[in-house]
Design a protein around this ligand. Structure first.
Ligand code: FAD
Length: 207
C-alpha cells in the first residue's frame, strides 16, 4: 500500500507530489469487467486484460478514467504555463494577487551568463518588494517578475488524461524542464498503478 503523500524533487527547488489516488489498477479492471460482465480468475488475468486494453487499436480509453490522481507541483511559471494548456483536468494555483511572491526562482544548470541571470532575478525581486512597500497592489507589482519564479498548484487528473500528458511531455521534443516533471510523475504513476503504468510504458512509450 502506497503511503501518501509521496514527493519527488524536481529541478533545483521544485517538486512533484502525489497527494491522493482514487481507484488505481483495480478501478480500471472494474470498469473493463463490467463491460463484459466478467470476473477475474487471477491477478495475472487482470494484468493481461489491462495490457490488452492498452494495446488495442483504438485504445479502450474510458476504462482508464476511473482512476483519479490529485498531485501537487512546485515548478517555474513557464512550466506551469505549458502544463495548463492540458484541459482535461482541474488546476488550482497559488495566487500572486493574494500572496506575496517568495524570492525563489529557477536557475538553469548553465555556467555562462549565470551571474547576470541571477543578478537580474534578484533586482526584479528588489523592485517587486519595494513597489509592494510603496503600496502597490501585489497583483500589479508582480508584473516585474520573470517566468522562472516558482509557483505551486494542485492538479486533479484521471489516468487517461495523465497518460496523454505523459506521452506529450516525456517526448524528446518537450521542453527539458517540463520533461523533468513528467519523469517524476511517471515514477509516481508506476508506484500508484504498476500494471497500467507498465502497459503504458510498453505499448505507448515503447520503452
Ligand atoms: C512540444 C509541444 C509544444 C507545444 N507548443 C505549443 C505552442 O507553441 N502554442 C500553444 O498554444 N500550444 C502548444 N502546445 C500545447 C498543445 O497544443 C496542446 O494544447 C497540449 O499539448 C494539450 O494537449 P491535449 O489537447 O491533447 O490535452 P487536453 O487539453 O488535456 O485534451 C485531451 C484530449 O481531449 C480532447 N479535447 C480536449 N479539448 C478539445 C476540444 N476543444 N475539441 C476537441 N477535442 C478536445 C482531445 O482529444 C485532446 O487530445 C505544445 C505542446 C507540446 C507537447
Amino acid at each position: 500500500m502506497l503511503q501518501l503523500p509521496v514527493r519527488e524533487a524536481v529541478l533545483d527547488k521544485g517538486w512533484m507530489q502525489l497527494e491522493d489516488l482514487m481507484g488505481g489498477d483495480a478501478a480500471v479492471i472494474r470498469g473493463a469487467r463490467i463491460c463484459y460482465q466478467s470476473t477475474a480468475r487471477s491477478a495475472m488475468a487482470d494484468a493481461r486484460l489491462i495490457e490488452r486494453l492498452m494495446s488495442s487499436t483504438p485504445r479502450h480509453n474510458t476504462v482508464f478514467e476511473h482512476a483519479v490522481f490529485r498531485f501537487a507541483a512546485k515548478c517555474p511559471l513557464f512550466v506551469a504555463r505549458q502544463w495548463m494548456r492540458h484541459r482535461i483536468c482541474t488546476f488550482n494555483e497559488k495566487s500572486l494577487r493574494y500572496c506575496a511572491a517568495d524570492r525563489e526562482y529557477y536557475v538553469p544548470d548553465v555556467e555562462r551568463g549565470r551571474d547576470a541571470y541571477c543578478a537580474h532575478m534578484e533586482a526584479s525581486f528588489d523592485l517587486y518588494e519595494s513597489l509592494v512597500q510603496q503600496g502597490w497592489p501585489k497583483e500589479q507589482a508582480r508584473g516585474v517578475l520573470g517566468t522562472a519564479v516558482y509557483t505551486e498548484f494542485i492538479w486533479t487528473v484521471n489516468a487517461w488524461s495523465l497518460m496523454n500528458w505523459l506521452e506529450k511531455r516525456l517526448d524528446a521534443g518537450a521542453q527539458a524542464e517540463h520533461r523533468a516533471y513528467a519523469e517524476a510523475a511517471m515514477s509516481l504513476f508506476e508506484k500508484a498503478m504498476p500494471i497500467t503504468a507498465g502497459a503504458f510504458t510498453t505499448s505507448v512509450l515503447n520503452r
